[in-house]
Design a protein around this ligand. Sequence first.
Ligand SMILES: *Cc1c(COP(=O)(O)O)cnc(C)c1O
Length: 414
Amino acid sequence: MTAFPTLNGLLHTENVALADIARTYQTPTYVYSRQALTTAFEQFQSGLTGHDHLICFAVKANPSLAILNLFARLGAGFDIVSGGELARVLAAGGDPQKVVFSGVGKSHAEIHAALEAGIFCFNVESTNELQRIQQVAADMGKIAPVSLRVNPNVDAKTHPYISTGLKNNKFGVAFEDAHGLYKQAAQMPNIAVHGVDCHIGSQITELSPFLDALDKVLGLVDALATENIHIQHIDVGGGVGITYSDETPPDFKAYTAAIMQKLAGRQVKVLFEPGRALVGNAGVLLTKVEYLKPGETKNFAIVDAAMNDLMRPALYDAYHRISTIAPSAAPVQTYEVVGPVCESGDFLGHDRDLAIAEGDYLAIHSAGAYGMSMASNYNTRGRAAEVLVDGEQTHLIREREQIADLFKLERLLP
Ligand SMILES: *Cc1c(COP(=O)(O)O)cnc(C)c1O
């Protein structure tokens, strides 16, 4: 069921061999499959037919305009965490009335822009943010729709850097404080309480943390109802994991079924904020082997992609499968696959058995989420090109960044 199968020894996506993409567009290049993106969205949605729902793609997982546009055409909403992401959604033809705005540091200008655009809901993460939204909305003569992002204090059992639902995280309103804050919000003249929101982390591979969090949220919803504060939508957040190596995350059907079962009999709209699960396995990063460098204890394969292109291995010690894209006569050896950046943390994979020669290409798999979106220009490296495959066609959806662009905003001293 992979979107990147090997046919006649050549790695493909849809009807295109990745070797052809490497030759045409050079490397490093991110390659996505339109069909894989579409299928992921449709499968996620298929468990929700008959229920009032909105799937808000988490833009930060992959903010490419072409990908946002594709999801918008499929009917998706968007979960944004900055004014920049709002601008992207609008530029990509997304519907502002399907946008939820998360994040702990919303600035005055960002709140203003979101109210101006008429977003669906603010996911409010603190008392002071609620007051700021009230103030901005009052100045603009608008009513701001809000949810409180509550922190249910459940352990998502994921990497500490991507766990967000524990007490010691910066995210959300402490569960014990949520009730009181809802009562305050309900009194604010320019605030309309619409929903409740909860996002506990990322790359979660078990159902139980989602369900434990939802139980706590539903307890809050019921308590609020007794005070005449009626919650119209429940946003269960994102965080469903994907398979990078041998993880077995719940499939979309099992996940949505378990959530919908908990919501049975309730008149609420349900919102989801999947990011990684929709795009992660729909993309790979194509890279070329520049040098093979035998060492005393390790052999290095130095490739033209680096931690600035795909940061997850350096940042989280994350595993990405790495494969060749065409047969090779070279002997199989064990390599450290590393980039050219001047950091020992600049690796893409440890101890990989590969049959490669200099000039061969590699695919770094499961790179569709938090790949290009976390890319930087460290070491004055231009960011990679992005290509989207659609059947036999390849579309360049982002040009390779040119070096001159990297310092065009800089000035010499007079
Ligand atoms: C990052 C994030 C998501 C998406 O998380 P995934 O693990 O990619 O599904 C959803 N909601 C919020 C608030 C986020 O910060």
